[in-house]
Design a protein. Structure first.
Length: 202
């Protein structure tokens, strides 16, 4: 159990830190409701029904917002492989696999334990640097707020950076990035705000 927790947390935190520092071009992805817990930590349906032409023409194995948002807790490697349409590349950590685009700018990492999905993270797949987060709004945040309450206060959806499913906990990391590079990174444990950091907010 400790190995599983350490693997998932290390994967989530390392990719969360990398994604929080990114300042690339914006694209978006959003999800709605279904009966399984998605990688965003919320109840979500596959975004494939609302996918744009770019999503529909993505190469096999290439990460897209729809493919990332379709990943769910406890999926097997074969189920994940079917979503991406190609084998994943074995990662450095035991039980982890990555899917990336041809130039390596988009990356999804999925960790499994006993062939059950326990953690996911993405870089460059879902981005948005058009948030309008202010220091005033950020200072209204406090522990125990839900994701829905936080997005209402901040005025927009966060970018799902990583999610881990460990010991009955869903740990979800989101980032909000303004056009000038300022923003914040928030962590939710079972949909309650548990930690927060900001960069350059005014």
């Amino acid at each position: 159990m400790k190995k599983k927790l350490i693997l998932a947390l290390a994967l989530s935190l390392s990719l969360f830190a990398v994604a929080c520092g990114e300042k690339k071009a914006a694209s978006g992805g959003e999800s709605s409701v279904n009966s399984e817990t998605s990688v965003s930590g919320e109840k979500a349906e596959s975004a494939s029904g609302t996918a744009d032409a770019k999503e529909k023409t993505a190469a096999e194995g290439e990460p897209t917002a729809a493919r990332y948002l379709a990943l769910k807790q406890d999926m097997s490697y074969e189920e994940v492989k079917k979503i991406f349409g190609a084998e994943g590349k074995a990662g450095a950590a035991k039980g982890s696999y990555t899917w990336s685009d041809a130039d390596g700018m988009k990356l999804v990492t999925v960790a499994f334990d006993n062939d059950k999905l326990i953690a996911v993270s993405q870089i460059g797949v879902i981005e948005n640097k058009d948030a309008k987060v202010t220091l005033e709004a950020y200072n209204k945040l406090n522990p125990e707020l839900s994701y829905a309450e936080v997005k209402e206060i901040l005025g927009s959806e966060g970018v799902p950076v990583s999610t881990s499913f460990i010991a009955g906990q869903t740990i979800a990391n989101y980032s909000w990035r303004n056009a000038d590079g300022s923003g914040c990174a928030l962590t939710f444990a079972n949909d309650k705000l548990s930690s927060m950091t900001s960069t350059g907010l005014q």
